[in-house]
Design a protein around this ligand. Structure first.
Ligand SMILES: CSCCC(=O)C(=O)COP(=O)(O)O
Ligand code: MG
Length: 227
């Protein structure tokens, strides 16, 4: 029986186009100034991590290249999160989740399911995003947020750590993601998994895992409360 649903964000609850066409350009504009900040300890630490990984290269150029290739690098995710704060707080940014997502999350939470997030986006940016959706603040629906500080999303060990953190048998946790390698890693750790195959995102179906076009279908396949 599923007791907790662990959700990826990009490609699962949020269209990839929103990240690529709205959030990344916003961050790209703000990054040059942010990287000039030598007093904010979070910026200083992220810049040092980039320099360590890419010695002799301009950290801004490294970030720009990472964004172009959608590389899930922890220092980039931290810096992007810092830029998005202003946009979400002043109303320039508002998360337009897939329409099936808010009603499903509310029904699942109301029905007693526990909910948590596992995304490459930093925890502060996850909270900003779910705190500023077209349907209002959805953060109270989630009991926990996990990011790359737990480990990479393609490593089974990360899912073992999450399982230990939430204190449930792994197979009572349902991990939802659009990415096959993430689902394989979660399954290797014993979790139940389902791939969101979003037509709008052009998701490539991953062989050997349950698939659903939206959260309504996830609910019917796994016997979860229905919106
Ligand atoms: C607050 S998440 C913003 C989107 C993002 O930058 C990202 O990397 C999402 O990756 P995911 O692991 O959710 O596919
Ligand atoms: Mg994703």
């Amino acid at each position: 029986m599923i007791r907790l649903v662990l959700l990826d964000i990009e490609g699962t609850t949020l269209p990839i186009s929103f990240v690529r066409d709205v959030m990344f350009p916003y961050a790209a504009k703000a990054l040059p100034a942010l990287l000039q900040d030598h007093t904010n300890p979070t910026v200083v630490a992220a810049r040092a991590d980039i320099v360590m990984e890419h010695p002799g290269q301009d950290p801004l150029k490294v970030c720009q290249d990472w964004m172009k290739a959608d590389v899930k690098a922890a220092p980039l995710k931290t810096l992007q999160g810092l830029t998005w704060r202003q946009g979400f707080e002043d109303g320039t940014l508002r998360a337009d989740l897939y329409p099936d997502v808010p009603p499903a999350l509310k029904a699942w939470s109301k029905g007693g399911l526990r909910l948590a997030v596992y995304s490459s986006g930093s925890i502060p940016s996850q909270k900003l995003l779910y705190g500023h959706t077209a349907q209002g603040d959805l953060t109270p629906l989630f009991e926990d947020f996990f990011d790359l500080s737990t480990g990479g999303k393609k490593d089974a060990e990360s899912y073992e750590k999450i399982t230990a953190a939430v204190g449930l048998p792994a197979d009572e946790i349902l991990f939802l993601s659009d990415i096959g390698a993430e689902l394989d890693a979660a399954r290797a750790a014993g979790m139940s998994v389902c791939q969101l195959v979003r037509e709008q995102d052009g998701t490539v179906p991953h062989p050997g895992v349950a698939q659903a076009p939206d959260l309504t279908s996830v609910a019917s396949q796994f016997g979860l409360p229905v919106a």
